[in-house]
Design a protein. Structure first.
Length: 391
């Protein structure tokens, strides 16, 4: 018994010693990693100062500010300038990864209009393919939600994607696409190229730090192997995700997601079903609310037709009542047509409530029911019951 206790005590002491050694080793490794990151950051800052002079003064000479230069001098200086820009990009990558590792990377979340950023980045990226038969294209969803993100970092990720696509695409096209996903709670931004594609076994390497796919094209393009790793971490810091798909000989698609902003002023859904009443007369929508006060529907009023699609996308109401006339403008027809053309929204039943006697037109455009004002309680309740019977 005494021997058993002694053995157990010896094992416990040994385990405690091993645990302490592991803890001290981990602490030393953290300190070494911290010193490494600080060294990289300091060196990068020191390198940027002379590099900015190289880039700046070569640009001054190329623009002819110091006087005319020969074609050969222009060619040589262009090589110097472009090499300087390439080196600056690599230094900035090292600075970014150092900030991320040390927890000093700051993200400023705000409302961001994605189409504006895409336009700006495409203008910048046009110079990357100016000497190639490559078209830069865009495909932006209409009524794209506003994103909640850091505009500087969104631009950085997108420019990194476009830069990579330009490096490896010799002909064809590079397309930037933006669309809403997951019931419009997220925005997906992608860059698709017609480059050589990436083998499946190499795809997992791409988002790892200092990792590059083997190949002559990759070696010629150069780089730190940090760009996609940084992009992944920047996307994650903005509560987004990142990924890619590719097939050899067919090109690649790199994408990232961002949270969509909840439109300001739109009421939040409750546990009750929602009937969205779209009418420029608020008294009418209040009347509908009274009609349905004892039902399992909550009536949400909207008097501005230009906000209709945004409200519907956010609320996803069970039923919509829609006036056709807004003043002298019959914009209700346009709202009806837009909804019926939208794959995600077309199934929402719409009851037209109008003084216009155009039932045939309303039903032909996809309305579920057509009521002519003035509308009585029994008429509205009956229309809703008919719709529910078909669901």
């Amino acid at each position: 018994m005494a021997i058993t206790l002694a053995n157990q005590a010896a094992v416990a002491i040994q385990n405690a010693r091993l645990y302490e050694e592991q803890r001290e080793t981990a602490e030393r490794l953290r300190e070494v990693d911290k010193l490494k990151s600080q060294f990289l950051a300091n060196m990068s800052h020191e390198l940027r100062t002379p590099l900015n002079s190289i880039i700046g003064f070569s640009r001054v000479i190329l623009r002819g500010i110091d006087g005319p230069i020969t074609d050969l001098q222009e060619k040589d200086l262009t090589a110097v300038h472009e090499s300087g820009q390439h080196l600056l990009t690599m230094i900035n990558d090292i600075l970014d990864i150092s900030k991320i590792e040390s927890g000093k990377m700051e993200i400023a979340i705000e409302d961001v209009i994605i189409p504006d950023i895409i336009e700006s980045v495409l203008t910048t990226a046009s110079g990357l393919v100016k000497d190639k038969p490559v078209k830069l294209e865009k495909d932006i969803e209409a009524n794209l939600p506003i994103a909640r993100a850091d505009s500087v970092r969104v631009r950085q990720i997108l420019l990194n994607f476009l830069s990579n696509a330009a490096k490896f695409t010799e002909e064809g096209s590079i397309t930037v696409k933006a669309n809403a996903i997951d019931a419009r709670t997220k925005i997906r931004i992608s860059v698709t190229d017609t480059g050589p594609g990436i083998a499946e076994e190499d795809q997992d390497k791409l988002f790892k730090r200092f990792s590059q796919v083997d190949g002559s094209t990759t070696r010629e393009a150069g780089g730190t192997g940090l760009g996609l790793s940084i992009s992944r971490q920047l996307a994650n810091m903005q509560h987004g995700d990142i990924g890619m798909t590719s097939n050899i000989g067919e090109g690649s698609t790199f994408f990232f997601t961002l949270p969509a902003a909840v439109p300001k002023g739109i009421p939040q859904k409750t546990e009750k079903k929602v009937l969205l009443a779209i009418d420029d007369d608020e008294q009418i929508t209040k009347l509908y609310s009274r009609y349905l006060s004892y039902s399992d529907y909550e009536v949400i009023s909207l008097t501005e037709p230009d906000q209709a699609i945004e409200y519907i996308q956010e609320l996803r109401p069970e039923i919509i009542t829609l006036d056709v006339l807004f003043g002298a403008d019959e914009s209700g027809w346009k709202i009806l047509e837009t909804l019926k053309e939208d794959a995600e929204l077309s199934s929402i039943p719409i009851i037209i409530c109008s003084i216009l006697d155009e039932k045939a037109k309303g039903l032909s455009l996809g309305a579920a029911e057509y009521l002519t004002k003035p509308i009585l309680e029994k008429d509205l309740v009956s229309a809703i019951e008919k719709i529910e019977a078909l669901l």
